[in-house]
Ligand binder design. Structure first.
Ligand code: AQP
Length: 376
């Protein structure tokens, strides 16, 4: 069974991420006298993606690309297909199974190694849902009602939304805290949920007079923490956008990628030479951010190269770069998907490894809360 020392391999990560302990910002403040944790927690990374459809470029640049680098920076990392979250909106069972395996294939094809990271689907590690219930009893209705993602996803007819969609952020807090995860790489859209995770941890610690759950740090970094729709630079690129042209799917072939970029919304002006010139140009900014993130460059470096060009010249450059970076991933995903049993084996092994961490943390939580269990 795989075991690691639990020590950070690179000091750089900790210094760049800052100490885990005190929150910087809180949208839903925890009680004023809340005791923030003073315990030092072993650095551990957790993040997840919903198998609610195909992976897209936003998931890749906002999350997965960072997962890949973090697995080499921190001794222990856990990456999860959050299938229990996916069913907060209707999922066809067969499609859900396919998307879960395809997501696992996408993780591995992008460079997440099952030898370095623990790869799981959430439903195979029951401690997520068990701690989720405890956190349903810690989180306050008012906190949940402020979650913008619930408002966006439930839309005008919130009475018809599932209870699970409303409670989603408490389960997400459990996903993270059942590992005592200290760092969570995510896109910008998850910031509010991470703040809620810290509020839940703080309230639990306060209510039970313990220093048990860490104040997890979000890791929101890079040029593309919020990749926007190719059809509307003011809207997030998303799996659930009805227009396929709005996103680049990780399974798109070279022709589809080129066509989508050619048709992507832009404007009639030439590109500026500095980032300031992209203000009030959301579509142009989005395409430049995507280029920068794919090329591992800063926006200013990209603009130093392409400033003055028209989109007619820039779009083919972007399209060539996107195809060069994404095609090897989609080819490898297809190869991995030809052997679903192997993917299932990876996830089963990951679940066993994960439960070595989650079972003791859940048990200790039950003890703190006052659940009776037989003496050993
Ligand atoms: N457009 C995006 N730009 C940057 N990061 C993004 N992420 C998602 N969209 C973008 C990041 O990907 C991770 C997993 O997200 P998720 O699929 O679990 O949930 P989501 O944010 O709700 O993704 P979608 O595509 O928008 O799904 P639907 O359409 O089902 O709601 C997270 O780290 C997220 O920040």
């Amino acid at each position: 069974m795989r075991r690691r020392s639990g020590l950070v391999k690179s000091e750089r990560l900790l210094t760049s991420l800052g100490p885990v302990g005190k929150p910087e910002t809180q949208i839903c403040p925890a009680p004023k006298d809340t005791k923030m944790t003073e315990t030092t927690f072993t650095p551990r990374v957790f993040s997840g993606i919903q198998p609610s459809g195909g992976l897209h470029l936003g998931n890749y640049l906002g999350a997965i690309k960072r997962f890949v680098t973090m697995q080499d920076e921190v001794a222990e990392s856990v990456y999860c297909m959050v299938d229990l979250h996916a069913i907060t909106v209707w999922q066809d069972p067969k499609a859900l199974q396919h998307s879960t395996r395809e997501l696992a294939a996408g993780f591995i094809a992008s460079g997440i190694s099952p030898e370095k990271s623990i790869l799981i689907n959430q439903s195979q590690v029951p401690e997520h849902a068990q701690l989720g219930w405890i956190f349903n009893c810690v989180a306050r209705m008012g906190w949940m009602q402020r979650m913008t993602q619930f408002k966006d996803k439930a839309g005008k007819n919130s009475q018809a939304a599932s209870l699970g969609l409303f409670a989603y952020p408490a389960l997400m807090a459990a996903d993270i805290l059942v590992y005592h995860a200290t760092h969570v790489p995510v896109g910008e859209d998850q910031k509010q949920h991470l703040e809620l995770t810290r509020d839940i941890a703080a309230k639990f610690n306060h209510d039970y007079g313990v220093d048990f759950f860490p104040m997890t740090e979000p890791v929101i970094e890079g040029a593309a923490t919020r990749v926007m729709s190719l059809r509307d630079g003011t809207k997030k690129m998303s799996k659930s956008d009805p227009s396929d042209a709005s996103r680049i799917n990780m399974t798109d072939d070279a022709d589809s990628i080129a066509k989508k970029i050619r048709k992507a919304k832009s404007d009639a002006d030439a590109l500026p030479s500095e980032a300031k010139g992209l203000e009030d140009r959301p579509d142009a900014r989005n395409l430049i951010n995507i280029y920068a993130a794919l090329a591992d460059m800063t926006v200013d470096q990209v603009l130093a190269d392409v400033g003055g060009k028209q989109f007619g010249e820039f779009k083919p450059m972007l399209s060539d770069l996107a195809v060069a970076k994404l095609s090897p991933i989609s080819t490898e995903m297809a190869r991995l998907m030809s052997d679903p049993a192997e993917i299932d084996r990876v996830l089963a092994k990951g679940a066993l490894q994960a439960r070595e961490i989650t079972a003791p943390i859940l048990q200790k939580t039950y003890d703190i809360v006052g659940m009776v269990r037989p003496a050993i």
